[in-house]
Design a protein around this ligand. Structure first.
Ligand SMILES: [Zn+2]
Length: 273
């Protein structure tokens, strides 16, 4: 409905400045609603609905999706993102046709309150209590890894593992040994917990991986990747985004962020809600 109002306003407003500002506001509200619809659909175990820009959790908790702070810098978005800020950069589905643009890190803006409520606080042992063992690539590697059971992440990773087993050996060997899952510490450059702090991210074979911090400090950062796209495709089908699609790339890294895979295209203008 918001979207219709916005389109109608934009159509009838023409060049009247105050009127176009109104239309832009309506458009932002429409896009915010679209983002929160995707969030609710992505996490049905945890979230039941949203009322405007407030999220309603299954246990009745109400959480604001926006902090009303506009024009945050990239650094501020990394260290202090609202739930809606998480959607500020579009995650490109499918294969990359060119390296990510400067600071295009879709998925690296994370609201810690939101994910802590979802998966627990690893510093209090809450995340660990919800971890289960899965056998990663039973035919090729066959070791057990601990991942969260929340949101069906463990079940999804089992299916990812089954599909990777069907790939040719040369491709498949980029997916093992596993470099890590749970890491209860903040990310170096953001001060925020990564999805590893929730047991909802997995790092594949370190030997074929590239990470922006391992590069010589040049500007712009030269893009590198050796992770086969066949592996990326499988993870994305099960709701995991890939760190190789970030300007600050981390090509062994996959994290469960189905909300971002449900949205395509740019959601917010730079100012945003
Ligand atoms: Zn990682």
């Amino acid at each position: 409905m918001y979207l219709t109002i916005a389109i109608v306003l934009l159509a009838i407003c023409g060049v009247l400045e105050s009127c176009t500002a109104l239309a832009a506001q309506a458009l932002d509200a429409a896009l915010a609603a679209q983002a929160l619809d995707a969030l609710v659909a992505a996490y049905p175990e945890a979230v039941v609905s949203h009322e405007g820009e407030r999220i309603i959790w299954r246990d009745g908790t109400i959480m604001a999706a926006t902090d009303r702070v506009v024009n945050k810098s990239f650094k501020e978005l990394l260290s202090n993102a609202s739930i809606l800020d998480q959607f500020r950069l579009p995650y490109p589905r499918g294969r990359l046709t060119s390296p990510p643009e400067l600071n295009a890190d879709p998925g690296r803006f994370r609201n810690e309150t939101f994910f802590k409520k979802m998966y627990g606080d690893c510093r209090k042992g809450e995340v660990q209590a919800r971890m289960v063992s899965i056998t990663w690539l039973p035919k090729s590697w066959g070791k057990s890894v601990q991942v969260t059971s929340v949101n069906g992440v463990a079940e999804r990773l089992k299916r990812v593992s089954e599909e990777i087993e069907t790939l040719p050996t040369e491709i498949r060997k980029a997916a093992y040994p596993i470099a890590g899952v749970l890491a209860c510490r903040p990310v170096a450059d953001t001060g925020q917990m990564s999805m590893h702090g929730y047991g909802a991210a997995i790092d594949l074979n370190l030997v074929v991986s590239d990470y922006w911090l391992w590069q010589k400090k040049t500007d712009p950062i030269p893009y590198r990747n050796r992770m086969p796209s066949e592996i990326v495709d499988i993870f994305e089908r099960y709701g995991f985004i890939w760190g190789g699609k970030w300007y600050h790339y981390d090509t062994m890294h996959f994290e469960y962020r189905p909300e971002l895979l449900r949205i395509s295209g740019k959601l917010f203008r730079s100012g945003g809600p």
